[in-house]
Design a protein around this ligand. Structure first.
Ligand SMILES: Cc1ncc(COP(=O)(O)O)c(C=O)c1O
Length: 355
């Protein structure tokens, strides 16, 4: 640590992303990316835009906001574009948390929420998931704290129905509810239709997963005009050109390619079913996923052991070492070929463990 670092950041514990080996020697099932490339029209649009990079991007991100507004039946004032949905979560925590307003989220959920709170010295409460990893809905209804719920949750893959989220939003109209829908396109129910009814509701989505644009970093928030204006003020105070030209062009084109992406989502859901069935046959406990990943554990091996043994066989998955999740690994759903390789490797490591 240098002698220059501000006192307030001396104990910073940054978020640790999943491994991103650059040599492509692994079957990468560790960071919930899409195994499919973006649609050709999206690649073309981004490439064409690269030639205009001498000019700043549109700070209002109008074209993509307009298209999203049309898609969801809201106004452009209800949509904010961000540099990945991580940035949306950053803005939300920065805008609505302080010493008097600690945030709340589940104890097993996306690891960035507590990291952001710690960065800004915003206190937070963790609401324990039930034994079966389901969300404690009563606890969510009762907390006064601004609440972030990933739905489907990560890494558990479980989803709550929209009605339940509506109950949580309605239970405390004075309390903010942000629903992080990074994985909603793989079988979840979106809360976007509720934003007109609940002015305490923000819905965060991303182009990273179902639209194959993780590397382009494009996310968005939908909510009441008042909330979006506040988040926009934060955005403009930090980085008014927060979304680059290529990503804006890619995002606009991606919204025209819905059929391509819906088809990819369908394939991923089919591959998910095949993989879940296969892992269950091998004795894994597999949670009922509504996401592009599975959360699975085997009584014969810890999550870390599964991770290490699969890695030795060229397959990357992710494990989380805290006590509750230590028996499990999170496995991103890939192509059928990748899933067959995973299944064969899982069978091998179990034979080895049980020998
Ligand atoms: C629950 C959840 N929310 C948000 C994100 C951030 O996604 P991005 O910043 O790529 O939009 C992730 C990333 O994996 C996630 O798991």
């Amino acid at each position: 640590m240098s002698r220059f670092l501000s006192e307030q950041h001396k104990n910073l514990a940054p978020y640790v992303p999943g491994e991103q080996p650059q040599d492509m020697q692994y079957i990468k099932l560790n960071t919930n990316e899409s195994p499919f490339p973006p649609a050709p029209a999206v690649v073309k649009a981004a490439a064409e835009e690269a030639g205009k990079c001498n000019l700043y991007s549109d700070p209002e991100c109008r074209i993509v906001r307009e298209r999203l507004a049309r898609r969801y039946g809201v106004e452009i004032e209800n949509v904010l574009l961000t540099n990945g949905s991580d940035e949306a979560l950053n803005f939300i925590i920065l805008a609505y948390g302080d010493q008097r307003h600690p945030f709340a989220f589940c104890d097993v959920t996306y690891g960035l929420y507590p990291v952001l709170c710690r960065l800004y010295h915003i206190p937070f409460t963790e609401l324990p998931l039930r034994q079966d990893f389901s969300v404690d809905v009563e606890a969510c209804m009762w907390t006064d704290a601004p609440l972030i719920l990933a739905n489907p949750n990560a890494p558990t893959s479980l989803a709550l129905p929209r009605d339940t989220l509506e109950m949580i939003a309605a239970s405390r109209p004075e309390r903010l509810l942000a629903v992080d829908e990074a994985y909603v396109d793989f079988g979840g129910e979106s809360c976007v239709p509720l934003v007109k009814k609940y002015d305490n509701l923000l819905v965060v989505q991303t182009f990273s997963k179902s639209r194959s644009l993780a590397g382009a970093r494009l996310g968005y928030v939908i909510g009441s005009a008042a909330l979006i204006a506040e988040l926009d003020a934060i955005r403009c105070s930090l980085n008014p050109y927060n979304v680059n030209r290529m990503s804006l062009a890619a995002g606009a084109a991606a919204l025209d390619e819905n059929e391509w992406y819906m088809n990819n989502c369908r394939v991923i859901m089919e591959n998910r079913q095949w993989t879940a069935d296969r892992l269950k046959q091998l004795g894994f406990n597999v949670l009922d996923s509504r996401a592009n990943f599975l959360f699975a554990g085997h009584p014969a091996l810890t999550g870390e052991a599964v991770y290490k043994r699969l890695k030795a066989r060229g397959i990357l998955v992710r494990y989380f070492s805290v006590a509750r999740t230590a028996p499990y690994v999170r496995i991103t759903i890939g192509t059928m070929e990748q899933m067959r390789a995973l299944s064969a490797a899982a069978e091998e490591i179990l034979k080895e463990a049980q020998a």
